[in-house]
Design a protein around this ligand. Structure first.
Ligand code: HEM
Length: 527
């Protein structure tokens, strides 16, 4: 009896203590003199954050209400929402050592052993991976890719030919998705997938499903965010899930296990693993001729049984190499990043071109005056020197940034930023829309107007965050620009883009991990 009362008293004390902690968390920002919407006990601001179809738009509205630095609570975790560019310059560049971690769901962080990719890695692991992967996107390597990309664009042009003959409106975004998947498969794996003709391709379907599985919205992630002390247990739940997947692979076709095997991300990882195994059997001379991202990464791969060291002072070979599992994880990352991001930007570009004829004509004039070769292609150097195309793309991405969630950072070492004490574990979310539409940063012309020439004026280094900023900025930016420019050049050289009847209805945005329009309805007119 006494023991029961004792245990009950302890339990009540623990619950009371926990409620006190939760209450004090609710006052986290008030105690620091920072404004923000009122949090709810236990959930913080999660309930509202989870229910929003477009989080970035809501952050922008709160900025108008609360100012350039305000606070939100992700469960009990404080998040600073910032549109003060000097503060962000400290976080992204000057104090990078204290903010080298991207804030991602714990499910993506706690992956098994070497399965972490560059997007999710932190500290010295990220440093090593980035150091090895940077050269795979060097000018010398990119120069080898336009002709592969051109083959894929030609396939798109053939598809468009049948549509322009019909003269009806169609959603070009779907076609861009297939194009960019073909491009990334060619440039990353050297494989010709022909997704544009193979409408039911399983890889395409799995990739779409993998992207729709936004880890932020998974039940395990939500639970881990609300009850962080459960994370180690949830980690084991996830490992159990993955082991079950491996078990299913081992025993094959038992009726209840293939379902796990079919999980999109696991399925794609398996395929990539097989591609790597095949590539490893290819003769040495053939490998040297291969210029895709996979081969460039495999060239920096260490044998599976050597332990990689993440000690920055270690000068041994193991500190400059990747594990096979890291290559697999990064190839998955490239596939998803390369496919979804570029197709979404192409969709926004096409919307702008269809609705702003004067911009379309200016861009076409620049395209027409380039030196096209006999195969109707432009070289890398010509593409990269197209200056109006350059500012056009920058302006599209200023007005329609797509990857705001990717710029979220986590403080890995308590520090002071512009007078604010930022504690370890706290999250910084840039409010990119407020920054991109700030008249002080982008004036004197109205930031709501599409004016590419505004990019001729030098702006604050943090005024443009479409590709992030600092050492962790997007590694694929030049690859993306090359692909965007090659595709738009071909399109405008051959067609006039006209708005479809439903262009405005289709161009409504949804935000999961990326901010994406539903559709871009256009008509084409042959030149
Ligand atoms: C127009 C298309 C693209 C946009 C708008 C975009 C945007 C971004 C943004 C905003 C970030 C976060 C940067 C930060 O935290 O500071 C990022 C990171 C990254 N992007 Fe891109 N991206 C694009 C295309 C690509 C492509 C084509 C690839 C690869 C094939 C790629 C690979 C990556 C990787 C690996 C990272 C993580 C870098 C790191 O953590 O070190 N991206 N991207």
């Amino acid at each position: 009896m006494i023991l029961t009362i004792f245990l009950l008293a302890i339990t009540l004390c623990l619950i009371f203590g926990y409620i006190c902690i939760l209450k004090s968390r609710c006052n986290y920002f008030k105690q620091r003199g920072l404004p923000g919407p009122s949090p709810v006990l236990f959930f913080g601001h999660y309930r509202i954050l989870w229910s929003l179809p477009n989080l970035s738009e809501q952050l922008r509205q709160w900025t108008q209400q609360y100012g350039s630095i305000y606070g939100l609570l992700e469960g009990t975790r404080p998040m600073y929402v910032v549109s003060d560019v000097n503060f962000l310059q400290e976080v992204f560049i000057k104090q990078f050592a204290s903010f080298n971690t991207r804030s991602i769901p714990f499910l993506m962080k706690k992956v098994k052993g070497n399965q972490v990719h560059m997007f999710g890695a932190s500290g010295s692991t990220w440093h090593r991976q980035r150091h090895i992967i940077n050269p795979t996107f060097s000018t010398a390597k990119l120069k080898l890719m336009p002709s592969s990309i051109h083959d894929c664009i030609e396939s798109l042009m053939n598809k468009l030919k049948t549509l322009d003959e019909k003269g009806e409106q169609f959603n070009i975004y779907e076609m861009y998705r297939r194009l960019t998947m073909d491009v990334i498969c060619r440039c990353a794996f050297g494989i010709n997938m022909d997704m544009q003709n193979d409408i039911n391709n399983i890889l395409m379907r799995k990739c779409k499903l993998a992207i729709d599985d936004n880890p932020e919205r998974l039940f395990l992630t939500k639970l881990g965010n609300l009850l962080p002390f459960l994370i180690p247990i949830l980690h084991y739940v996830m490992i159990g899930h993955m082991l079950l997947g491996a078990f299913s692979r081992a025993i094959g076709s038992m009726w209840f296990l293939p379902k796990i095997e079919e999980l999109p991300a696991l399925w794609i990882l398996n395929q990539i693993g097989s591609i790597i195994n095949t590539r490893r059997q290819v003769k040495c001379d053939d490998k040297l001729r291969q210029v895709d991202l996979l081969q460039l990464m495999l060239n920096a791969t260490i044998s599976d049984d050597i332990k990689i060291t993440d000690d920055l002072n270690d000068k041994s070979i193991a500190s400059k190499q990747l594990h096979k599992e890291e290559v697999i994880a990064n190839m998955l990352l490239f596939m998803i990043a390369g496919y979804d991001s570029v197709s979404t930007v192409l969709a926004s570009c096409t919307y702008v071109l269809a609705t702003k004829n004067n911009i379309q004509e200016k861009l076409r004039a620049e395209i027409d005056e380039q030196e096209w070769n006999d195969d109707n292609q432009l070289s890398y150097d010509i593409i990269m020197n197209m200056s109006y195309m350059d500012i056009f793309l920058r302006e599209v991405l200023r007005m329609y940034p797509i990857a705001i969630a990717a710029t979220k950072r986590e403080c890995n070492m308590t520090t002071i930023v512009n007078g604010h004490k930022i504690e370890k574990g706290v999250v910084i979310q840039p409010d990119v829309l407020s920054i991109h539409y700030d008249r002080n940063l982008w004036g004197p012309e109205d930031p709501n107007l599409f004016i590419p020439e505004r990019h001729h004026t030098k702006r604050h280094p943090m005024a443009y965050l479409s590709f992030g900023a600092g050492p962790r900025g997007c590694v694929g930016v030049r690859f993306a620009f090359m692909e965007l420019k090659l595709c738009l050049s071909q399109l405008l050289r051959n067609y006039r883009i006209l708005p479809g009847d439903n262009i405005e209805q289709g161009f409504k945005h949804q935000e999961t991990f990326l901010i994406q329009p539903n559709a871009v309805y256009i008509k084409l007119e042959k030149r």
